[in-house]
Write a protein that binds this ligand. Structure first.
Ligand SMILES: [Zn+2]
Length: 189
């Protein structure tokens, strides 16, 4: 709806206008009394002060809206029917827009896009941590293999020890995965 149309829909009834004004004042009061986001503002260096739902939480600009937990990368559906309806509408719109963007791509762009999608599959926080350890271990191995033989010495030993440490950590993570419970706060926790 255009802003003009919306403006026309707003009633000029003085009783309704008063109700709106009171609602607005009430929301100002709620905001003023709500706990505040304490994140440091990058511009001023002072705490952010946006209202938050709970003491110690962050506002949506400072990570408050960042998905958490095991299913952070999957679509979440609210239990309230009203909110669910809004979510479904937003998802349909997002899917449609994504489809439109894909349809507008050149063949080359499309291939690049598909390639990226194949390789960047978000996993659970645990899977992501494990993949990171694996990447680091692989990097170290290839760094070792690139070194000329005569230079393999203390440095190599240190790297080998580090690889061993990472592999042990990976095993630990694997174990932790089996114990992982619902209350896991995830990588953003
Ligand atoms: Zn904030």
């Amino acid at each position: 709806m255009s802003p003009k149309k919306r403006a026309q829909k707003v009633s000029t009834d003085p009783v309704l206008a008063e109700a709106r004004r009171r609602g607005w004042l009430r929301s100002l009061e709620v905001r003023a009394n709500a706990p505040k986001c304490g994140a440091k503002s990058r511009q001023t260096g002072l705490p952010c002060k946006n209202p938050v739902k709970e003491e110690g939480k962050r506002c949506r600009f400072h990570g408050g809206a960042t998905p958490k937990g095991k299913d952070w990368h999957r679509r979440q559906f609210p239990s309230s029917p009203h909110r669910l309806e809004g979510k479904m509408k937003a998802l349909r719109r997002r899917d449609r827009e994504a489809e439109e963007r894909r349809a507008a791509m050149t063949l080359e762009e499309r291939e690049k896009h598909e390639e990226r999608r194949r390789h960047r599959q978000p996993g659970t926080p645990l899977e992501r941590r494990k993949a990171k350890y694996d990447r680091e271990a692989r990097k170290m191995v290839s760094a070792l293999l690139d070194k000329p033989d005569k230079r393999r010495s203390d440095e190599e030993k240190a790297l080998a020890a580090e690889i061993e440490r990472l592999e042990a950590a990976a095993v630990e993570l694997e174990k932790a995965k089996e114990d992982e419970t619902e209350d896991d706060k995830g990588i953003f926790g």
